[in-house]
Design a protein around this ligand. Structure first.
Ligand SMILES: *[C@@H]1O[C@H](CO)[C@@H](O)[C@H](O)[C@H]1NC(C)=O
Length: 288
């Protein structure tokens, strides 16, 4: 099992450094922005100019991706004239990766000199006023795996990355969110832009009706199976974060409903609105 063999309990500073130094020796790009592309949102990487592509399997110590719809490569290049690095295909906890492996790339980005992390994902809408195809700016998160002891910062704290007890009340950068809102309005995306709370569950099962109702009561607007561990690690090492969820389905909160969540549906919807989301990110980057 590929995933299991590349899972590790935790990594030393030197391991992240080895990966980062190798990348710095292979590319002349010095990105300040890293983008993690969610399910079906890998098209962003295709928008980069002057690309430098590194399949995960070629990068020393880098984990590899297994899920359908996730290409596994790191793409360096210019988006609207700005150097960035795109992670095309992320690592999910449900694939069997250790939580430290899921977040491995974020510390590599930090060591590359990245200052801003943009995370995107496909999520289920819990908020009754959301429509399929809406883009939700993440205002805050609920780290459900963290409640259950799966926090990527558990274990030895490496002070070269950050402090033992990092603040999370300001996880999603206020200025970046304001900029994203302004950009969306300027480009006619304001009508389907929402702002809300993302709740992460470990997956891979979709939520039961009772779970969805519970999450709504907790104040979550969207639910998904990613993003939060990467954001926690990014904030620990001082990166500014912007998060965007594409609402690809509405969760089932009615026992009489015959609707069922399925991954193919998610991928299909994503294709449709993904272009808008990708364009939004690209326009936003030109303003940083
Ligand atoms: C749902 O979204 C709307 C629009 O963003 C917001 O006003 C509302 O507080 C959210 N939550 C609930 C429970 O409706």
């Amino acid at each position: 099992m590929e995933a299991a063999s590349s899972s590790q309990c935790s990594y030393s500073y030197e391991e992240y450094k080895e990966t980062a130094d190798w990348l710095l020796s292979q590319t002349e790009n010095r990105p300040k922005v890293a983008i993690i592309c969610g399910s079906g949102l890998g098209g962003l990487a295709g928008m980069l100019d002057d690309k430098n592509v590194f399949p995960y399997r070629d990068i020393p110590r880098f984990p590899t991706s297994t899920v359908v719809g996730h290409e596994g490569q790191l793409v360096f290049g210019k988006l609207n004239g700005h150097e960035c690095v795109c992670m095309q295909g992320r690592f999910h906890f449900y694939e069997g990766y250790n939580i430290h492996t899921v977040t491995y790339p974020v510390r590599v980005f930090f060591l590359l000199g990245v200052e801003i992390l943009i995370v995107t994902n496909a999520a289920g809408g819990l908020n009754g006023s959301y429509s399929v195809g809406d883009i939700m700016l993440i205002k805050d998160h609920i780290n459900m795996p963290g409640f259950a002891g799966q926090n990527p910062l558990c274990g030895h704290n490496e002070p070269r990355f950050g402090v033992r007890f990092p603040c999370m009340s300001d996880a999603y950068d206020r200025e970046l969110r304001a900029l994203a809102k302004k950009t969306a309005e300027e480009h006619g995306c304001g009508s389907f832009l929402q702002e809300g709370v993302y709740c992460m569950l470990a997956g891979p099962t979709y939520e039961t009706v009772a779970e969805c109702r519970a999450l709504q009561k907790l104040g979550a607007d969207a639910v998904g199976m990613s993003t939060v561990p990467e954001v926690v690690v990014a904030r620990h090492c001082g990166l500014r974060v912007l998060g965007l969820s594409l609402i690809t389905n509405k969760v089932v909160i009615d026992y009489d409903s015959s609707e069922k969540a399925n991954h193919e549906e998610v991928l299909k919807t994503t294709k449709h609105r993904a272009t808008d989301l990708q364009r939004l990110v690209s326009q936003l980057i030109s303003k940083l």
